[in-house]
Design a protein around this ligand. Structure first.
Ligand code: NAD
Length: 380
């Protein structure tokens, strides 16, 4: 019988858990054993008693590593060296940004499955699409965070004390997070404008009812529906167009990413300086190396000399841990079902989904893109 183990996330601000009691109960009904690390769901309000009530065992981290056939996590575990040959580790492992991790995982003999490599446009893969489920949560929370930080109302309000004008919100990047931020800000009554560098995303934008900012830049599509990195000239043209547009808005939410690359800079310090005092900018792409907004710092709220609040918010899904964990757990259930057709793990490296998400197997890095990145890293 297969045992699925759930690890506690150890990253400081992480509050999600890879599987909720409800998800675990679904596995139990299929005769899968579930072993949850003590306290794994606590920060998402899923207590150990909820898991035991769902028929799971709760145990130490050591036990989870030792007894699980399939280990579930969100972030790559810091102590992944405890994985063992024949075991599966499934999570958002981020190996395109850290190919060295793939090498370390390979050394343990574990079969590492990275959900951020899922071929998302395959209809069979959609139920497993954790990037989408988590970006959806992040986009929703970004609009709420912006509304909370903004000193005015989002909607137009007609009261005895007068009429307020609606907030003007600009969303840069109209992927999953951006579209959800647009929908949520519109529900709150703001006047929303969106922008994306891909033609397909501009069409999605138009269907939301938001206004579309047109900077007359060419469509920049890459494989799998992702955006490609802009050339130097294209990026420069985009920056100067945005520097003119951004100061017209009260709130800017940025969500732009390039798969496997650095997030593009979209809002410069100059553009920020042109915004009105009290304006709010939320950078969902904020990293320590930089994000979409110049000077944004992850998990930090700063106020510029001109009175613009800049919030670096790279892991917003973790701040809505109940909904985010529930959705992530469902993505994992769909993936586990496809990996265990008769109740036991059956790997098929020719399967379109498995081929795309399996990073290491049999002690080697088997994912060609990750392997190439690692070899390039060694050479440089
Ligand atoms: P993402 O997180 O990689 O990027 C967010 C958005 O930023 C994207 O729309 C991208 O075009 C945009 N962007 C990148 N560089 C930019 C720049 N310089 N200026 C402005 N915008 C920029 O995107 P995502 O939300 O993860 O979606 C990635 C792709 O996956 C999309 O094509 C999406 O349609 C596709 N997808 C498909 C499905 C499906 O078919 N079911 C589900 C989810 C996502």
């Amino acid at each position: 019988m297969t045992t699925v183990g759930v690890l506690l996330e150890t990253a400081g601000r992480e509050r999600r858990v890879a599987l909720t009691p409800d998800g675990a109960e679904r596995l139990r009904k299929q005769d899968v054993e579930v072993l949850v690390e003590t306290g794994a769901g606590h920060r998402a309000w899923f207590e150990d008693v909820g898991y035991t009530g769902a028929g799971c065992a709760v145990g130490s981290r050591q036990q989870v590593y030792a007894e699980s056939d399939i280990l579930l996590c969100l972030h790559p575990p810091e102590d992944a060296e405890n994985c063992r040959p024949g075991q599966l580790l499934i999570g958002l492992l981020g190996v395109l940004h850290d190919p060295g991790l793939a090498q370390r995982l390979a050394a343990t003999g574990v079969t590492a499955v990275s959900l951020d490599l899922l071929p998302r446009t395959l209809s069979r893969a959609q139920a497993m699409d954790a990037l989408t489920s988590q970006a959806n949560v992040a986009g929703y929370k970004a609009a709420l965070l912006a509304a909370e930080a903004y000193p005015g109302f989002f909607p137009m309000l007609m009261t005895a004390a007068g009429t307020t004008r609606p907030a003007q919100v600009l969303v840069l990047g109209a992927g999953v997070a951006g579209l959800q931020a647009i929908a949520t800000a519109r529900r709150l009554g703001a006047l929303v404008t969106g922008y994306d560098v891909r033609e397909a995303a501009r069409a999605d934008l138009a269907s939301t009812g938001a206004a579309v900012l047109d900077l007359r830049t060419p469509s920049a599509e890459a494989e799998g529906g992702y955006a490609r990195e802009l050339t130097g000239d294209e990026a420069q043209a985009q920056l100067s167009g945005l520097a003119q547009a951004v100061p017209r808005f009260d709130v800017v939410i940025t969500t732009a990413q390039v798969q496997g690359g650095s997030p593009p800079l979209l809002v410069t310090a100059g553009a920020l300086a042109g915004m009105r005092p009290g304006s709010v900018v939320i950078d969902l792409a904020s990293t320590v190396e930089g994000g979409n907004v110049e000077g944004s710092v992850p998990d930090t709220r700063t106020v510029t000399d001109e009175g613009v609040t800049v919030i670096g918010a790279a892991n917003l899904a973790a701040t809505v841990p109940g909904a985010a964990s529930t959705a992530y757990g469902r993505n994992l259930l769909a993936l586990i079902a496809s990996l265990t057709p008769g109740g036991e793990v059956v790997l098929d490296l020719d399967d379109e989904i498995q081929k795309a998400v399996i990073v290491t197997h049999g002690g080697r890095v088997v994912h060609p893109r990750v392997k190439a990145l690692f070899e390039r890293e060694i050479r440089s």
